[in-house]
Design a protein around this ligand. Structure first.
Ligand code: GRF
Length: 199
């Protein structure tokens, strides 16, 4: 059985979309994959309560409890490993997880670390993507599911969605339009990975 651990920092709507897809499409029997835990670096992440209500194990590892990124990442890696089923290392899905991971962490999870970013990568890596897309006069925006490498928001693209930027859009209206598509492409990307078999 392949375990899946989802990392969040906030609302967790992408996490919820992944959990719903796993339930509705029965990933357990179809792909022998099971979402075993949702881990947040923030205790107030709204997604934690939702995950608990679904019967999923949750854990908070607050980055503020650690003096540097390496110690935080080590604690995170331990918590992830603790939610592995059998000996297969978990697939780790970053879903609105707002921490930059150390090269060692990325290396240790190579091939099993996926992120969703709210822009059409390689455009607009980093923060404030919607505001920057509007300011640049983009006619289209979107989201990208990609593998995580040691370079922020780089790594092989697995799925993308495109939405129009409409006259009168602000960062909030554009973010909402993009987010609705994130909920489609993240489960789609994971489904593809699971059906192809993880390397
Ligand atoms: C999403 O737009 C995600 O791409 C970005 O932060 C937002 C998180 O939303 N990194 P949620 O927590 O999944 O609702």
């Amino acid at each position: 059985m392949q375990s899946i651990v989802i990392l969040i920092s906030g609302g967790g709507s992408n996490m919820a979309a992944l959990v719903r897809a796993a339930q509705q499409e029965d990933w357990a029997s179809r792909y022998r994959a099971h979402i075993t835990a949702v881990i947040s670096n923030r205790a107030d992440a709204a997604g934690l309560q939702w995950a608990q209500a679904q019967g999923i194990a949750t854990k908070v590892i607050s980055h503020t409890d650690f003096s540097d990124r390496t110690q935080f990442d080590n604690a995170l890696a331990q918590a992830i490993a603790a939610h592995a089923l059998q000996t297969t290392p978990p697939l780790v899905l970053l879903a609105g997880f707002m921490r930059i991971l150390t090269p060692d962490f990325v290396q240790a999870h190579a091939g099993r670390l996926i992120n969703i970013h709210p822009s059409l990568l390689p455009a607009f890596t980093g923060l404030h993507t919607h505001q920057r897309a509007i300011a640049a006069g983009c006619r289209f925006a979107g989201a990208t599911v990609h593998r995580v490498t040691q370079v922020l928001d780089e790594g092989a693209i697995l799925e993308q969605s495109v939405v129009p930027v409409l006259p009168g859009d602000d960062a909030k209206t554009l973010a909402a339009r993009v987010l609705a598509t994130e909920h489609l492409i993240y489960p789609r990307a994971v489904r593809r990975l699971l059906s192809a078999g993880l390397s």
